[in-house]
Design a protein around this ligand. Sequence first.
Ligand SMILES: *[C@@H]1O[C@H](CO)[C@@H](O)[C@H](O)[C@H]1NC(C)=O
Ligand SMILES: *[C@@H]1O[C@H](CO)[C@@H](O)[C@H](O)[C@H]1NC(C)=O
Ligand SMILES: *[C@@H]1O[C@H](CO)[C@@H](O)[C@H](O)[C@H]1NC(C)=O
Ligand SMILES: *[C@@H]1O[C@H](CO)[C@@H](O)[C@H](O)[C@H]1NC(C)=O
Ligand SMILES: *[C@@H]1O[C@H](CO)[C@@H](O)[C@H](O)[C@H]1NC(C)=O
Ligand SMILES: *[C@@H]1O[C@H](CO)[C@@H](O)[C@H](O)[C@H]1NC(C)=O
Ligand SMILES: *[C@@H]1O[C@H](CO)[C@@H](O)[C@H](O)[C@H]1NC(C)=O
Length: 393
Amino acid sequence: MHIPTALASLLPLCLLVDGIQLPAPSGPYNVGFTQHIFNHSTPDDPTPGPGTFYLTSIYYPTRASPAPNSSVPYFDPTSAAIWGEVFNILPADLQSLETTLQWQAPLLSERADVDKLKTWPTLVFGPGGGMNAGYFTSLLSELASQGYTVLALDHPGEAPYLALPYGNPGVVGWDIYMPYSDALVVEIYEFRRADLLHLLGPDGFPALVETYGAYFNAAAYGAFGHSIGGAAATGAMDRDSSIGAGFNIDGGLFGDSVNASMRGRPYFMTMNPNHFAQDADSWPLFAESYYNESKTAPGWLDWTTVEGSAHLAFSDVSLWVELLPQIPNTTAQVDLGNVTGSRMDALLKTYAGAFWEFVRGGEYDTALLEGEVKEWPEVVFNAKVRSNGTQRH
Ligand SMILES: *[C@@H]1O[C@H](CO)[C@@H](O)[C@H](O)[C@H]1NC(C)=O
Ligand SMILES: *[C@@H]1O[C@H](CO)[C@@H](O)[C@H](O)[C@H]1NC(C)=O
Ligand SMILES: *[C@@H]1O[C@H](CO)[C@@H](O)[C@H](O)[C@H]1NC(C)=O
Ligand SMILES: *[C@@H]1O[C@H](CO)[C@@H](O)[C@H](O)[C@H]1NC(C)=O
Ligand SMILES: *[C@@H]1O[C@H](CO)[C@@H](O)[C@H](O)[C@H]1NC(C)=O
Ligand SMILES: *[C@@H]1O[C@H](CO)[C@@H](O)[C@H](O)[C@H]1NC(C)=O
Ligand SMILES: *[C@@H]1O[C@H](CO)[C@@H](O)[C@H](O)[C@H]1NC(C)=O
């Protein structure tokens, strides 16, 4: 077949995939990114991973401006192939997603910045089961752009593939279609909780901060997570009083996190309308127990539902599906409810942003955390607990 020269010269252009940007972080800072491997043993690790370490990704504010084409890639090729097959998105399209993260950009050094931010709690995040922490990049980047230091944990072997920094080989984990038994879910919760507590302990983040002389707060934390990451945050709060507040994104409580005592620390829960199909009891019991504790002590809890959402809509997956084309004649194999990625993205950033501002004593739209507002009609309140037993259903 003869291809006219003019057309042939255009072909390579047609094969180029343009970079697709996630919604840009809205805070006053740009965002730096680094990773650290912490040695920590998981006895009888149930995953195919080594059980000898976990990965922490650190998102932090920087004044550095991004250099062209130098942002941290969103997807590694192995993960793009695995996740693309599940959601019927071409791996090349997933790999075209671009972050605004700058690898090891300089930390803030101006006195005014450091003095302002060094007392803000460091936020620790756990992704949903089987997911990489990077699939929450949009939310984590936003919080860092506001000024927070954000630590996100990956347990190697849990997600189908985890790329590692500094030339270490990536870790192949559980098959993406492997079903979780109830017993396995509890094991996942337990190693996640152990990783998180190690990170906050003396050999974890505090040691790293000391080594690098960073201004990061290694004494006061906030914990948050999606799905089982929310349970791990909650179980860790029960054991570590340096975590001052928790934000649970649609995460059923498993193992002993069902009985975790918050001792009055602020706690925000947000779920999809079908949450109870997966997790019938844990949230109502947790909220009731929180309420019982608050009758004689301080307390602050919000429990919301996002109408129209579904479990994975609370992650970047909803942005992948919105921003990237489907492989022709396929549909996305994922239930996102009837919400869009960009709406959920803005919603979570707004509510998580307001919550952490409230926790640290900053400025935020106070109406957001007190009940339904007209800007976000899909966010409805199921329960609210305030000090000394005041409650609203
Ligand atoms: C972690 O373990 C590896 C392998 O055993 C070792 O090479 C490395 O020095 C350890 N890192 C730290 C920070 O102890
Ligand atoms: C950055 O990428 C664009 C196209 O995406 C290209 O035109 C430009 O030359 C690249 N710049 C550098 C510094 O590589
Ligand atoms: C939670 O507490 C209840 C009531 O004390 C108890 O029956 C249950 O065994 C506890 N669950 C776990 C997992 O510790
Ligand atoms: C809360 O307190 C009530 C009244 O004391 C009690 O019946 C109920 O079991 C408690 N609920 C939880 C979840 O602890
Ligand atoms: C609620 O409880 C807190 C802590 O026990 C106490 O300081 C506060 O005065 C109480 N408020 C009311 C209205 O009783
Ligand atoms: C989306 O679903 C919710 C129920 O979960 C419903 O209240 C809402 O009307 C739906 N919105 C649209 C635009 O279909
Ligand atoms: C997609 O489906 C339509 C209608 O069935 C068909 O005409 C078209 O050839 C299909 N495209 C591909 C790429 O399979």
